[in-house]
Design a protein around this ligand. Structure first.
Ligand SMILES: [Zn+2]
Length: 261
């Protein structure tokens, strides 16, 4: 049993082939993440094609902040999908990325969109899958304003080992999505962090089609490849891959309430 807690399906990928291979590789589920008009169609297609296996996350990523997208439109979309029998399992991906020399106005727009979607998650009682890059302080400030039960459902996706973010987000009750980066030679800081992290706070993810793990680095990533990430985390914890898969899948299924209809 393995669960990919953060996957994207771009317009040019074969969703059915990828999810068939994921099932064959022993996955019990995948969170298919939207993030805007570029990512939402693939996520919805995955959930329509593999109901009960692919679970939906919808939200506006930071790249859409300058468009000032409507939270009401997002809420309406979640409601109309629900009327069709498609449950939204999480808000995401959402978050902050200040790694490209964003101006103060661009940062403010990202922050406003991030906070508005965190508020929507509270309103709808949904977990969030959160991107945070070079924005540790701003991310933590926003999370600190949330009710504790929301932070227990929030996941810092593609966590790379930032010590401050780890310590403070752990204290808030958040969980961490560990990607194929943990298999990279350069990821000593991340491996050190995950080694001592409470195991009930760790989820595995691919962030496909990006970040393929070693030994597939450089190839387009897909959910089936999560086994390599699982093997690395298992070795850090001194347990078997099967045990690591079990623990991290249970964490994902608890947070995404995948048993619910
Ligand atoms: Zn992502």
């Amino acid at each position: 049993m393995l669960f990919d807690s953060h996957a994207h399906f771009l317009h040019d990928c074969d969703v059915s082939a990828q999810l068939t291979r994921a099932r064959e590789a022993g996955l019990s589920g995948v969170l298919a993440c939207g993030g805007g008009p570029d990512l939402d169609p693939g996520a919805i297609a995955a959930v329509r094609a593999f109901p009960g296996f692919a679970h939906l996350a919808l939200g506006y990523g930071r790249d859409h902040a300058h468009e000032n997208p409507s939270i009401d439109t997002l809420r309406d979309r979640i409601e109309s999908l629900a009327a069709e029998g498609i449950r939204t399992a999480a808000i995401g991906e959402i978050g902050l990325d200040f790694s490209r020399g964003e101006t103060p106005a661009e940062r403010a727009a990202q922050l406003a969109l991030f906070r508005a979607q965190l508020a929507l998650a509270v309103e709808l009682s949904l977990p969030c899958t959160i991107h945070s890059r070079e924005a540790t302080q701003e991310t933590l400030d926003a999370l600190r304003e949330l009710p504790p039960e929301q932070n227990r459902r929030n996941i810092l996706h593609c966590f790379v080992g930032d010590e401050k973010l780890a310590a403070e987000a752990l204290a808030l009750g958040c969980s961490f999505g560990i990607s194929g980066i943990i298999t990279f030679k350069s990821a000593d800081m991340l491996r050190g962090s995950v080694r001592t992290m409470p195991r009930e706070r760790v989820l595995l993810e691919t962030d496909c089609p990006w970040l393929a793990p070693v030994p597939l680095r450089g190839k387009p990533n897909e959910p089936a490849y999560i086994k390599h990430t699982c093997a690395t985390v298992a070795s850090l914890w001194g347990i078997t891959s099967e045990e690591c898969a079990e623990i991290t899948s249970e964490n994902a299924m608890r947070i995404f309430s995948t048993g619910e209809k």
